[in-house]
Write a new protein. Structure first.
Length: 112
């Protein structure tokens, strides 16, 4: 499949084909299958956000909260790994500057 340019907002969880359609932070080159994978990660993140909002409004054990936070951290890492993998050189540079992926600051990019 041929790759196409997409504009992504990780914060708003949006992916658009046209630069002016929505605000974006990152630019990627991806196949439709890869874009679908990113959509699924965004959808899962939205579901996790909703579950966390519900959890905030009911008393829970601290240990459950720690597990939830660890899951969110892991999930965000997955999102940014995929964005890094599909990203343009400018996007990759931006993600490196964010220090969200361990190993990038040491130049270990083979795993991404």
């Amino acid at each position: 499949m041929e790759k196409q340019t997409y504009y992504v907002s990780a914060q708003a969880k949006t992916i658009t084909e046209h630069r002016g359609d929505a605000a974006y932070e990152l630019e990627i080159e991806a196949t439709p299958t890869e874009v679908h994978q990113l959509y699924e990660l965004f959808e899962s993140e939205t579901e996790t956000d909703l579950n966390n909002w519900i959890r905030m409004h009911s008393p829970k054990i601290l240990e459950e909260e720690l597990v939830s936070h660890a899951f969110v951290d892991q999930h965000l890492t997955e999102v940014y790994r995929l964005l890094y993998k599909l990203g343009t050189s400018k996007t990759r540079s931006h993600i490196q500057s964010m220090n969200v992926l361990q190993g990038l600051q040491n130049g270990y990019t083979d795993d991404f």
